[in-house]
Every structure is written in C-alpha cells, then in structure tokens.
Design a binder for this molecule. Structure first.
Ligand code: GAR
Length: 221
C-alpha cells in the first residue's frame, strides 16, 4: 500500500485571542493535509497560546517589544520557523506588519485572514467602517500575503450580511464565525496543492458546491 502523503508543516502566528488558531487546531485533526507544528506569539500575554498548549502544539513567544528593530525580530522569527522545519505560515490575528524581505522569502507560503471582503476595507476597524458606510454585506478573506498590507491573491472569501440593528460586536461575531470556516478551508486548499497562485490570482481545481457553503467561495470539494 502507498504511504500517505506527508503533511505540510504549519506555523500559526498570533497576537491575541486566537479563535482562528482554535479553528485551525480543530480542523487539523484527522485527514487534513497539514499539521500545526508551532504557534508563535509576538506578545507574551496572548490568550491564544493556551489553545496551542492544550492541544500539545509547541509554542514560542518572540516578543516584538524585546527587539531593537523589525529585522532583528524577523531574524528570530525565521530561526524559530526553520528550527521547526515549517513549510507554511498562517497569520491569525498577528498584528505586526512584516517586511517586504520576509514576505518575499515566504512568497505563496504565507497566508493571512482579514475581517472584510478584500479589496474593500483594508486596514483596521473594518466593522466600524462597514457600519459607517452602510454596506449591506461584508465578510472575510483569506489571502496570500504580499508586501503591501492586506493585499495579495485571494484564496477563500465568505459573505456576511449586515443587519439594520447590528453594532460592531454583533457584526464582528457574525464575521468571526465565517472566519472560522474559511481559514481551515483555505489552509487545506493550499496544503493539499489544490490552490495555486498563477498571475497573482489563486486557481483552484474543481471544487464541488454543497448547498450550505454557497456563500463561501470556493466551496469545499
Ligand atoms: C480576526 O478577526 C482576524 O480577522 C483579525 O483579527 C482577529 C483575530 O482574532 N485580523 C486582522 O484584523 C488582521 N488585519 P483571533 O485572535 O480570535 O483569531
């Protein structure tokens, strides 16, 4: 019998709560094409570290405040990633801007999740700005990271309605639930080799659409 394909080794970078990390951990059990081998926080107090520890995943704190420059911080990051033989990185609420050099080194192996339908609402305070603009729909995006913040080839998006009585909290909660479905899907598509960047767009081979995933593009195959 043929050996099962080796799982891609993934690091998740966080700065805070880590609910997307928890969703990735939950999805990585069983038949996933990836395994989470390292969780790195740039903040020692990130609550999300506990999710990794509970799941028996190695953690590292690379405290952004403790380094004199971005380049020395990123050298420490790179050393930790190489030490764990990481192949793919997922930014999950990692609130630090990475340099163009770091991004280039991890080209098409570095994913991010953003709480809007990119290219709309790049940057911070997305839900506040969605409400102020009166948009009827917002959502979330998982994309390959490029040097410009919140730019890069889109892997998965989900659309979320904005209701008349929403406030930031209710809208954020609805978007976050969609994030928790999108990120595991995007990682699986990339780790399995089904999602490939061509000409700054992500192409995905033949997904089949179960009805309840219709607002997530692409639906899981
Ligand atoms: C998520 O909503 C994620 O999309 C957002 O931070 C939150 C992290 O939550 N990321 C950004 O705004 C990046 N620009 P989590 O720590 O519970 O996963």
């Amino acid at each position: 019998m043929a050996e099962p394909a080796a799982k891609r080794r993934v690091a998740v970078l966080i700065s805070g709560r880590g609910s997307n990390l928890a969703a990735l951990i939950a999805a990585s059990a069983g038949g996933a094409s990836s395994q989470l081998v390292l969780v790195i926080s740039d903040r020692p107090d990130a609550a999300g570290l506990a999710h990794a520890q509970a799941a028996g995943i190695a953690t590292a704190v690379i405290d952004g405040q403790a380094y004199p420059s971005r380049s020395t911080f990123e050298e420490a990051l790179q050393t930790a990633l190489e030490g764990a033989a990481v192949e793919l990185i997922c930014l999950a609420g990692f609130m630090r801007i990475l340099s163009a050099a770091f991004v280039a080194r991890w080209q098409d192996r570095l994913l991010n999740i953003h709480p809007s339908l990119l290219p709309a609402l790049r940057g911070l305070d997305t839900h506040e700005r969605a409400l102020a603009a009166g948009v009827r729909f917002t959502g979330c995006t998982v994309h390959m990271v490029r040097a410009a913040v919140d730019h890069g080839p889109i892997i998965v998006q989900a659309v979320v309605p904005v209701r008349a009585d929403d406030d930031q909290g209710s809208l954020a909660a609805r978007v976050l639930a969609a994030e928790h479905r999108c990120y595991p899907l995007a990682l699986e598509l990339v780790a399995s080799g089904r999602a490939v960047v061509r000409g700054e767009r992500v192409m995905i081979d033949a997904p089949g659409p179960p009805a309840d995933w219709l607002m997530i593009n692409p639906p899981p195959g």
